[in-house]
Structure formats: structure tokens, C-alpha cells
Design a protein around this ligand. Structure first.
Ligand SMILES: NC(=O)c1ccc[n+]([C@@H]2O[C@H](COP(=O)([O-])OP(=O)(O)OC[C@H]3O[C@@H](n4cnc5c(N)ncnc54)[C@H](OP(=O)(O)O)[C@@H]3O)[C@@H](O)[C@H]2O)c1
Length: 266
């Protein structure tokens, strides 16, 4: 597989826009940071560990799966940017082991809910009042097709948390649309990232098979990907860039699936 070519875009489209992208040092989040920055946005990102790339940018080191971590991020935004115009909640993922429901302890359930649902809920609660005051803003929640097509081997809790995130996003849109704030979610299928490769390794190790078998197992569980490959992070970033731009100004309260045709129904 070769990485997709850079798409042509207006490099001033987001000039002056203050943006938060959570989980922006790897995978889809990193691609979103790059894409919006390249179009002129002032992008602040967060992660638990600083990277070489994050040292060049506005970066807040915090664990956003905790209340204190989200408060640190919100305080840094107010101090460094004075407010926010666009929020992309990209942070998320699953670290649960294989083994189905029985392998999921209370702690694992709590961890998956804290990262995949509560990080966004808490940051929104802290940042939306400022958006309401300015009468404008755009929010994207990165969900997953697992909210509609859950896999049972290791990601039951993750899938349930993403379902809650998508439902939360829709409810929020009803409240915020009349106040000038657009809210949408994006549900990717398999994205080719280091996190998805780590999941392949975990499943291979749990089942005592190899990575090719584990990868095929995921493809089979998904029912295949009609375009024949996972999405690249840049392709997800391109969709997000469209949705947060004025080109998407009538798109509100909905979810965009980007899965190469994986979900088998309409
Ligand atoms: N990859 C897929 O196949 C796939 C499919 C469907 C949906 N998604 C969704 O797409 C989004 C991006 O996924 P991805 O696979 O691109 O992610 P990824 O490559 O695993 O990157 C995750 C990012 O979040 C940060 N992060 C993780 N836990 C954190 C925490 N507790 N506090 C703060 N930062 C944290 C990571 O940095 P640190 O580790 O340094 O904290 C990293 O920057 C997620 O919401 C995911 O659920 C992914």
C-alpha cells in the first residue's frame, strides 16, 4: 500500500481560526493537526507524551481521560489562545485485551468510557460556554463505525463508549445549533495507524497466531472492506477539514462514515 498523495487545498482557509485537536500527535489526530495548520489555523494539540513534532507546535501534555487533565487543557487554551473556534475530539482508542466480555474488568470499562466518551464531554463542558458567548463555533467528535458494527473480541467497551459519544454528539447539536455552533461526528472504519497495528499485535498474541492471521480476523469480523484497504489518516483529515470549514456550513447534527464501504447496510 502506498500513502495517498497530498490533496490540493486553500492554504488560507482557516487563517486565524483557533483550533483544539485532542490526541494530535499520532494517527488521524496528527493528520488533522497537519491539515488544519497547513490551511492557516492556529492549532493547539494534546497528548500524554511530548514528541519531536509536538515541540514545534502549541502543545499541552495532559491525560484527558481524567477531569484534571481536561481542566489543564481548557486552562491552557484560555491562556494561550484566549478562546476557541473549532474543537476536534480525536483522542480515543482501545487497550482492552482479547477474550470478549469476560476479559473486560470494571477498570477496563471505566478506562474505555473515560477516554472515548468523558474526555469529549468534559472538554466540551469547559469550552462551549466561550463558544456560546461568541455565538459561533464548530465541534467534531471522532466516533467509530464500531458504534454501529461492534466487534466482540476485544472492543465491546470501546464500541459502547463510541455509541454513547455519537448519541451525545447528536443531543449536543440540538442544543447548540440555535446558538450558532455546529456539531457533527465522524465515524471512521479501519484507519491505517500505529494504534490499529498495535491492536493486530495484541490479538495475535492473545490467540497465539501471527499478525497476518489476526489482521485477516479483523477483516473477516468487519465483513471485508469493499475498497480493499483501510483509510489513510490523511483521508480522515480531509473529511474533517471539509466539515469544520464554511463549505460545510449547513451540515449539522449528523455523522459522516468514512469506512471504504465496510458497513454493509444503508
Ligand atoms: N485507528 C483506527 O482504525 C480507528 C478506527 C475507527 C475510529 N478510530 C478513532 O479515531 C480516533 C483517532 O484514532 P487513531 O488510531 O488515529 O489514534 P492513535 O494513533 O492511537 O493516536 C491517539 C492519540 O491520542 C493521544 N492519547 C491517547 N490517550 C490519551 C490520553 N489518555 N490523554 C491524552 N492523549 C491521549 C496519543 O498520544 P499519547 O499516547 O502520547 O497520549 C495520540 O496522540 C480515535 O478516536 C479512534 O477511536 C480509529
Amino acid at each position: 500500500m502506498t500513502i495517498v498523495q497530498k490533496f490540493a487545498f486553500d492554504d488560507r482557509e482557516f487563517a486565524g481560526k483557533r483550533v483544539l485537536v485532542t490526541g494530535g500527535t499520532k494517527g488521524a489526530g496528527e493528520a488533522i493537526v497537519r491539515r488544519l495548520s497547513a490551511a492557516g489555523a492556529i492549532v493547539l494539540t494534546t497528548a500524554r507524551s511530548a514528541t519531536e513534532a509536538s515541540s514545534q507546535k502549541l502543545f499541552v501534555q495532559a491525560d484527558v481521560s481524567t477531569l484534571a487533565g481536561t481542566e489543564t487543557v481548557a486552562a491552557a487554551i484560555m491562556k494561550q489562545l484566549g478562546g476557541i473556534d473549532i474543537i476536534v475530539h480525536s483522542v480515543g482508542g482501545s487497550k482492552s485485551p482479547g477474550g470478549g466480555f469476560a476479559g473486560l474488568t470494571d477498570q477496563l470499562w471505566q478506562d474505555e468510557l473515560s477516554l472515548n466518551l468523558l474526555a469529549a464531554v468534559r472538554l466540551d463542558r469547559l469550552l462551549i460556554p466561550g463558544m456560546i458567548e461568541q455565538g459561533a463555533g464548530v465541534i467534531i467528535h471522532i466516533s467509530s463505525i464500531q458504534r454501529r458494527l461492534p466487534l466482540h473480541e476485544s472492543t465491546i467497551a470501546y464500541a459502547a463508549a463510541k455509541a454513547a459519544l455519537s448519541t451525545y454528539s447528536k443531543a449536543l447539536s440540538k442544543e447548540l445549533g440555535p446558538k450558532g455552533i455546529r456539531v457533527n461526528s465522524v465515524a471512521p472504519g479501519w484507519i491505517h495507524t500505529s494504534a490499529s497495528e498495535a491492536m493486530v499485535k495484541r490479538l495475535a498474541s492473545h490467540s497465539g497466531s501471527d499478525e497476518a492471521t489476526a489482521r485477516q480476523g479483523i477483516m473477516d469480523a468487519l465483513g471485508g472492506i469493499p475498497i480493499g484497504r483501510p483509510a489513510w489518516p490523511q483521508e480522515v483529515a480531509e473529511l474533517v477539514a471539509f466539515l469544520v470549514s464554511d463549505r460545510g456550513s449547513a451540515i449539522h447534527g449528523t455523522e459522516y462514515v468514512i469506512d471504504g464501504g465496510t458497513i454493509p447496510t444503508v
